[in-house]
Design a protein around this ligand. Structure first.
Ligand code: SF4
Length: 394
């Protein structure tokens, strides 16, 4: 991406062309464009084509990534319409997976520009996104509460509040750090689907069935490994902590190192194939394909493919990742207390998975050795704690 390094302010047309997600960017259009026209009018075919490329490139389609090179050469109004088209189509998708991936990709693409522009432009973009950024002595300051909101999902230690310069209730950051915070602000904005009427959703799903099918294929539901003697992967039987970790990454938010390890080790033991485990991390704001593959390989290949043992409940709890009390931000079924997690015998997420009907890799070998079932005499002990199966190995 060609980046302007001058400190001179961008005119409104250039600004909205560069940042089509900003409120008011529709001012780029000489006249209003109806949603129906954007979806079907031949006059907007090139905008639709670029919009499809934006969505597919975010889902790792290499052909679309090549097409996207045209984006920087397109007129600002075409860039804006392509952005709008992608946003509308992704809002109409049956699941939010592709939208979340796209939000992360668009935010990252803009980050590449934001790292090289003036502090004034950074602050301007941040303000237009609703954050109170101001330039002070070449650096950027923002209210503490806004800093925390934007920095929490960021994994790098340099963003911890304890490492920031605080002055009068404000946090002072250098431009590079402000650019990363704005990346997060963009992701948050784009991850929320635009509201669409039912007839528009139906029209988009019909007219863009091929695109939505390809996106669904590239953001698949988890699948189990073939030929390992276990049943199909059962995401509905995952314990609340694991489901919360998945949601965190799908939303493009940070998951701690401990959480990332626990998720990969759990998915492997639950029978997920390698690609499914890698896919679970694609929404991470710092996702890197080669590093993720290396780390998943490391976690899953130990002991001839048995992999690392996922941590016990006590360990997960000590990292603040246990959500047995419920997740207030989760879907309706997960906001309340999980009764099984409060059973005295429940000590391991894999134990939870077994009790809910999931099959764990290695059970064939271990079955009967230490797997108690509920007895008629009391609450029983369904599924022995993993601690008794093998020593946690890391
Ligand atoms: S009790 Fe265990 S299985 Fe349940 S949410 Fe907490 S860590 Fe996960």
């Amino acid at each position: 991406m060609a980046v302007r390094r001058s400190a001179a302010p961008l005119d409104a047309r250039s600004l909205f062309g560069e940042y089509p997600f900003l409120p008011g960017a529709e001012a780029l259009l000489a006249e209003p464009v109806s949603l129906r026209a954007l979806l079907t009018d031949p006059a907007y075919a090139s905008a639709r084509s670029l919009g499809r490329a934006r969505a597919l490139a975010a889902a790792d389609d290499p052909r679309a990534s090549v097409e996207l090179t045209e984006l920087s050469q397109a007129d600002p109004d075409v860039r804006f319409l392509s952005f709008l088209f992608a946003r509308v189509v992704l809002a109409a998708a049956p699941t939010g997976a592709a939208l979340r991936r796209w939000a992360v990709a668009e935010a990252k693409r803009n980050h590449a520009r934001l790292t090289a522009v003036s502090a004034e432009e950074l602050a301007d973009v941040g303000r237009r996104l609703g954050f109170d950024l101001t330039v002070r002595d070449g650096a950027i300051e923002l209210p503490l509460v806004e800093y925390v909101r934007l920095a929490v999902p960021i994994r790098e230690a340099d963003f911890r509040l304890a490492r920031q310069e605080l002055k009068g209730g404000k946090v002072l950051v250098r431009s590079e750090r402000a650019a990363r915070l704005i990346q997060e602000a963009v992701r948050l904005r784009l991850a929320v689907p635009v509201p669409l009427a039912d007839d528009v959703v139906a029209e988009v799903r019909s007219g863009e069935a091929e695109l939505l099918g390809e996106l669904a294929r590239r953001t698949p539901a988890p699948v189990g490994r073939p030929g390992i003697g276990v049943g199909a992967l059962r995401p509905a039987a995952f314990p609340p902590c694991i489901r919360k970790m998945q949601r965190t990454l799908q939303k493009g938010e940070n998951l701690s190192h401990a959480g990332r390890f626990a998720l990969a080790a759990f998915l492997h033991k639950a029978g997920a194939d390698f690609e499914t485990i890698v896919d679970a991390y694609r929404g991470a704001p710092d996702f890197d394909e080669s590093i993720t593959r290396y780390q998943v390989e490391h976690i899953t290949s130990r002991d001839g493919g048995q992999g690392y043992q996922p941590p016990e409940c006590d360990t997960i709890r000590s990292h603040g990742l246990c959500v047995r009390d419920g997740d207030p931000e989760g879907p309706a079924g997960e906001r309340g207390r999980d009764a099984l997690c409060y059973e005295s015998y429940l000590r391991h997420p894999l134990q939870y998975y077994r009790i809910k009907g999931g099959t764990v890799v290695g059970d064939d070998r271990e079955r009967g050795a230490d797997r108690a079932t509920p007895s008629a005499e009391g609450p029983g002990r369904p599924g022995a704690p993993e601690r008794s199966r093998s020593t946690a190995r890391r």
